[in-house]
Design a protein around this ligand. Sequence first.
Ligand code: ADP
Length: 428
Amino acid sequence: MIALPELEGQGFDTILDNVYNTGETYLGIDVPIILARDENLAPELRYFNFSYQPMYDENKMIYSILVFGYEVTEPMIAKKRIEESELHFRRMADLMPAKITNANADGGVTYFNKNWMDFTGMSFENFRDFGYHSIMHPDEMEEFQIRFNEAAETGTVLEMEMRFLNKEGEYIWNLNRASPVKDENGNIKMWIGVTTEIQKIKDEERQKDNFLSMASHELKTPVTTIKAYGQIAEMMLQENGDSKTLAIVNKMGNQITRLNTLIGELLDFTKIKEGKLIYNEGFFDFNEFVKEVVEDMRHTTVTHKILYIPTTDVHIFGDKEKLSQVVNNLISNGIKYSPGANNILVTTRLQNDGVTLWIQDYGIGIAKEVQGKVFEQFYRVTGDSQTTYPGMGIGLYISAEIIKREGGKIWVESSNDKRFCFLYVAPF
Ligand code: ADP
């Protein structure tokens, strides 16, 4: 104390007295001490680890106390900084409107913010590790596991729309994004999860789908009736030999057929969304089936020749009508998007895993970066040349849904010379 007068009043006399009186060694860890670095400097807060150990003489009497200590100010400051930044991060995470989690490499949650707690009403103990699985909707559980494993294997972000149970017992739609954080070797060391509520968007989407479903249903009946009257008018005009009016009525008939197809697409779209598209499956001759669709399509175009190359005889299992709708759509697109060309090539090939149908046009093609997107609902390639083509951007979405349901595969390849083709593998 004489050497270090600033220690006076910091409790060390009491500790020393205690060691003298009890004979017990005292261990001080990370102890804050106000101390001057040297006599010319003002005393400052520093941290020490030290021990006061009693020393005994031959009469087992304490004759002195061995003091051993070292300074830990630097590591303590670093530790405090980490603690402060963690606190700062947690406060920030609590103030964010999103629900935030931190998980270890396996996906076991180690932290979640206040919004999660407010949403679920769950304590950290119930939610932590894989406790959060209990609030996932059972319908999305399997997909989540598969997609999480994929993201973990590839080190990519997992993004999935999924429902979580809130404290009122309702499943609420959320957009769940889990981003991997990697160490210097590229191994995932943790995941940061950001979950945003999208229930309102989902409700609006459902309202829009309901509206589309109702509108297409309501439109279907009058259009079908007009079509029937048109056909009667055509027959009457043919009988009367009124070729001029017949030509006009024929043109009107073509437009009604187009309108009918559009309404049919809208109806199928809404049925797919509601999971109500009914499939009637059976075995049928694949070559014969493609031939029939090609024949039908030949009647609809005067600009393009549709060349068809069949393959070895093969029977496949599926919904013939729905599949013909797909082929029809692919050929119509081929015609629509190749105004400067006059050929469509339809080829079928037998492969190990199924039969492939290849529809090739020589039109405007599709840029590589949007080739996967054309199967998304309402997606239409933008650009001056594209906007001139009529369409709603749902034909390929419906086709892809049908092919997926039938266990097939649909994709697009478009090479630099703008040739564009679709291929489809139907399993036997
Ligand atoms: P749409 O009714 O717009 O044709 P689809 O779902 O059938 O809708 O196609 C989606 C988009 O994909 C189209 O808007 C078009 O941009 C592009 N596309 C489809 N088929 C072709 C094709 N054969 N050649 C070039 N682009 C195509």
